[in-house]
Design a protein around this ligand. Structure first.
Ligand SMILES: [Mg+2]
Length: 294
């Protein structure tokens, strides 16, 4: 089966509708183990041909996402650290969106408190959980490399955090419950990614998606955005619940996170980036944007 892109097929009124894709990275667009996006490339190319923005929505830092955008030649807005901030390249829209600040060539919308607040909280509760957890600020670059399997250079990127702090739990289940309660009591929201817990503010990927979708709609003078959100983890759920269509990308090591929504859910058969390509292509077909040629 071959898929071809078409700018004219289907019943879509281009003037009144815009399409957007929001995507998690680790385990979704990137392979869980190799971090390769190769299997997703055919569908990334389709989005490029159709001029559909691909927005990365990740627990990763700005430095990490910027490096990945460069590798994938992606020039679209992006969301870092589980929804803590939205970065829009300066000039991407005709006018600077309200509520953003200009920083390093981006219009930045901050939705959460800075990292220093969460590091201070972990320092404060460390004595109550001796040897039971480790976090990036204390582990340092070598420690982060050991925990993640990343090179030290990439560990440095991962450590360049601005809004959240990753924690690796090393204790038992009962201790974990007490630890999570202590974090919550300290005002932190704890989300679980593929490998780490992340302490951050009240923002989440869903809030970031809804804010950015509104900016696209206002900038293009349209009401109706048809968006797809793709993810594989519990931290993707707020985004998967917010988009018009959710794409659950299968993971090799665990079940798909449960969603509350009744309809508009695609589940991939393949895992990771291959599943991403499968789901994105299906979504494009359902909207008549590509046709399946046999
Ligand atoms: Mg993921």
């Amino acid at each position: 089966m071959m898929t071809t892109a078409s700018n004219t097929a289907g019943d879509v009124d281009a003037a009144s509708t815009a399409f957007l894709v929001f995507s998690d990275l680790d385990g979704t667009l990137l392979d869980h183990d190799s971090y390769s996006h190769a299997a997703a490339q055919p569908a990334i190319d389709l989005l490029d041909v159709l001029a559909i923005p691909l927005v990365f929505v990740s627990s990763k830092t700005r430095a990490e996402v910027v490096a990945l955008r460069r590798r994938l030649a992606n020039g679209h807005p992006f969301v870092v650290e589980n929804g803590a901030a939205v970065f829009i390249p300066e000039g991407y829209f005709l006018a600077q969106p309200a509520g953003t600040v200009l920083r390093d060539g981006y219009w930045v919308r901050e939705l959460a408190a800075p990292r220093a607040r969460w590091v201070a909280l972990l320092e404060q509760i460390a004595a109550d959980f001796p040897g039971q957890f480790e976090y990036f600020a204390r582990a340092g670059e070598a420690g982060i490399a050991a925990m993640t399997g990343l090179s030290e250079a990439k560990a440095a990127l991962a450590n360049a955090r601005e809004y959240s702090e990753p924690v690796q739990w090393r204790g038992d289940r009962a201790g974990l419950d007490a630890f999570l309660a202590a974090c919550a009591a300290g005002g932190a929201r704890v989300s679980r990614g593929g490998r780490f817990y992340s302490l951050g503010g009240e923002a989440d990927k869903g809030e970031a998606l809804r804010w950015l979708r509104k900016q696209f709609a206002m900038a293009r003078g349209i009401r109706h955005i048809k968006d797809l959100a793709a993810g594989d983890g519990a931290n993707d759920v707020p985004m998967l619940e917010s988009a018009e269509t959710a794409l659950l990308v299968r993971a090799p090591d665990r079940d798909l996170p449960p969603l509350q929504r009744a309809g508009g859910v695609l589940c991939s058969d393949a895992e990771g980036p291959a599943g991403w390509a499968e789901g994105v292509t299906q979504w494009l077909c359902e909207h008549g944007l590509v046709t399946q040629d046999s």
